[in-house]
Design a protein around this ligand. Structure first.
Ligand code: ZN
Ligand code: ZN
Length: 362
């Protein structure tokens, strides 16, 4: 009888299922049961606890970002190790370790990965199968992932999973802010106060800059004031470039951090930069409309025009340190949590520009 029970249990283990949210088509997401990953010898099994809904997934849902369906999204996740592969050093990793999961879509072998720029992996594809799932995508909207330890970052103390899962978006802003090389007392303009703009504003202020934010949305303006950002320009009623010039005695901004993917704002960002100004185009552009740049203006004003996209392992380490040590407190930017079964409602809520991050509890 015991033997029968044991073999039944084994058979059950092999076919063990878990819940996952699958994007089936544009505007269609279904929560269903799929096989739970079986941990490989050089990986650990992570029981995911939270995954934030990024703008990227919102765009997949809306059909703006194209993927091949069926597809599993979610790339801002945190969880706990529940099983350890045989080859993993048990002195370094234990069952019960709370972790943030990094970029599972980077190959680790191409030149960009080798130079530490995993966010720009040459073999990057959303259609990769990751985390031991037999469905393409990043896998964060599932209950379990099998993950190599090189992609894990340890959560310290009792930092809540709802905060820890914001490591990925914060890491992208760390990447951008470090490119800007802000100096004490500089005039920094942040264009847009969505969560990414807010993170830029908070980090720029932490670096000793005077921060001016351009934002038309009333709710976001209120939030900015609550957080102590007094200098907010509402572009609905004034010309942002003129006001930035006025506020800086005609000099313009030493650094412009543009977090809004509208091409005309990229032009404005360049126009408001001071002599030796650094302009960072952070957001992606949909549609990607070309802009007009005067080469002579860049030449004369010695403007440094830069892009910033994604993040690397080092940025993840920095971002999680900022959260672990309470240097950055992202609570004001969490709009709420939803259960996995209600993820579609969560995505629809997240699309509302009045809402900051919605987090899925897994
Ligand atoms: Zn993201
Ligand atoms: Zn790579």
């Amino acid at each position: 009888m015991d033997i029968l029970k044991k073999s039944l249990k084994e058979a059950f283990t092999l076919a063990e299922l878990m819940k996952a949210a699958i994007f089936e088509d544009v505007g269609k997401i279904t929560v269903k049961e799929i096989p739970k990953p079986v941990v490989k010898s050089d990986e650990v099994l992570v029981r995911l606890k939270t995954c934030a809904i990024c703008t990227w997934e919102q765009r997949v849902y809306q059909g703006i970002n194209k993927v091949a369906f069926p597809f599993i999204g979610g790339h801002e996740e945190a969880g706990v190790i529940v099983e350890i592969g045989n080859d993993i050093d048990r002195k370094l990793w234990s069952v019960g370790d709370r972790v943030v999961v990094g970029l599972l879509t980077s190959c680790g072998e191409c030149t960009n990965c080798r130079i530490g720029e995993e966010g720009s992996c040459e073999n990057f594809s959303y259609e990769n199968f990751v985390g031991g799932l037999n469905i393409s995508g990043m896998g964060g909207f599932s209950e379990y992932l099998s993950v190599p330890i090189s992609k894990l970052f340890k959560i310290k103390g009792n930092l809540p999973y709802e905060i820890a899962c914001l490591t990925e978006p914060l890491s992208c802003v760390v990447h951008s802010i470090e490119r800007a090389q802000i100096r004490l007392g500089e005039n920094v303009v942040v264009v847009g106060a969505g969560i990414m703009g807010m993170f830029h504003a908070v980090l720029a202020r932490q670096q000793g800059a005077r921060v001016i934010v351009i934002e038309p949305n009333e709710n976001r303006i209120t939030k900015l004031h609550e957080l102590g950002f007094e200098e907010v320009i509402d572009p609905k009623s004034v010309n942002s470039v003129d006001v930035v010039k006025e506020l800086t005695d005609g000099r313009g901004a030493d650094v412009v951090l543009n977090t809004v993917g509208i091409s005309s704002l990229a032009e404005e960002s360049i126009a408001m930069a001071a002599l030796y100004g650094r302009v960072i185009l952070y957001s992606s552009y949909h549609p990607d409309e070309p802009i007009t740049i005067s080469p002579n203006t860049l030449h004369r004003r010695m403007t440094k025009l830069m892009g910033s996209a994604n993040s690397n392992t080092r940025d993840f380490e920095t971002a999680l340190t900022l959260l672990n040590d309470g240097i950055i407190k992202p609570e004001p930017f969490i709009a709420g949590t939803v259960k996995l079964d209600d993820i579609e409602h969560g995505i629809k809520t997240a699309i509302d520009p009045n809402k900051y991050r919605i987090i899925v509890e897994l």
